[in-house]
Write a protein of this length. Structure first.
Length: 304
């Protein structure tokens, strides 16, 4: 009877997660079938079955064709630059969460948290619309500069390739800072009250409590999120760079995901784009397991 109940409970629990496993298979694993296009000379609307099999031709072309090599090097440089900036300032949400929880006025704290979290739910198309209304040649900023007599000609903020990595990072930070801080706020809420009491008994100031109690308690969460960021180093996303790209900044803003999209949709090189995307995915998996191994070695904990 006990065995039957145990088996019945196991089946019921499996049925709870079965729909989510099905969704994971449909949207995460089934699309991997598309990797087969990297081994054919595919041109739509010709069916894949009628396309000639070319083996590793597209992979070889990535290193044999000097034009593609130069393009890939620039794209990888852009990807590393923007991902590097994100990693360099990955501590910002943690610091923001600390100082947010230090605000004693509850209404003001909730207001700040709401205002900084809302941009996460705004699409990049709307973010670009906001940027265009503010920084275009006829936008608010240029209008104010002309009225103040600081400039005669409009400054092309959005068309300029100068500092494009920095501006993209700033828009990303503005959009994601409040949302990224939620996990750290949860980590702060989970700190044992006895640690605060012991610090106050010892006469610790607020900054000393942050340094000796709050920060050490948050570091495990920070390191796990940092390692996941490193593992997804090549995944910058597409939407942000797609809406902000133009003919003037394309060389500096084009990251790997955007390059793959432009190859397929703009250049019609579907097979080459699949080959590059396939290599990117494999490198990301290698990075994930490398970071996981490093975590086991340094912290004794696994993230996978």
């Amino acid at each position: 009877m006990l065995k039957y109940n145990t088996r019945s409970t196991s089946i019921r629990k499996f049925l709870y997660i079965a729909p989510f496993m099905a969704l994971l298979f449909i949207f995460a694993y089934y699309p991997l079938y598309g990797w087969v296009y990297a081994f054919f000379d595919y041109t739509p609307p010709i069916p894949l079955s009628d396309s000639p099999f070319v083996g590793l031709q597209w992979f070889r072309s990535l290193v044999e064709n000097q034009v593609k090599v130069d393009q890939l090097l620039q794209v990888i440089k852009n990807t590393f630059g923007m991902s590097g900036l994100t990693l360099l300032f990955s501590w910002l949400p943690m610091v923001f969460a600390i100082f947010l929880t230090e605000i004693k006025a509850v209404r003001f704290r909730k207001f700040i948290q709401t205002v900084t979290t809302l941009p996460n739910f705004i699409s990049w198309v709307l973010v670009y619309s906001l940027a265009f209304s503010m920084f275009s040649s006829e936008g608010i900023v240029n209008g104010m500069l002309r009225q103040l007599g600081l400039t005669d000609a409009p400054i092309l903020f959005l068309q300029s390739a100068d500092h494009v990595w920095l501006t993209m990072w700033m828009w990303t930070t503005w959009k994601a800072l409040g949302w990224s801080a939620i996990l750290y706020i949860a980590a702060i809420m989970g700190i044992d009250d006895s640690l605060y009491e012991a610090a106050h008994v010892d006469g610790a100031t607020r900054m000393q409590v942050i340094r000796h109690v709050v920060l050490p308690s948050m570091l495990p969460t920070y390191f796990v999120l940092l390692m996941l960021q490193i593992a997804s180093f090549l995944n910058n996303g597409l939407e942000q760079y797609f809406v902000f790209q133009n003919a003037f900044n394309k060389d500096s803003i084009q990251v790997l995901d955007l390059y793959v999209y432009n190859l397929a949709m703009g250049g019609g090189s579907y097979s080459v784009s699949v080959a590059i995307s396939m290599l990117k995915s494999l490198i990301s998996v290698v990075l994930l397991f490398s970071v996981n191994g490093l975590s086991k070695m340094l912290r004794g904990e696994s993230i996978v």
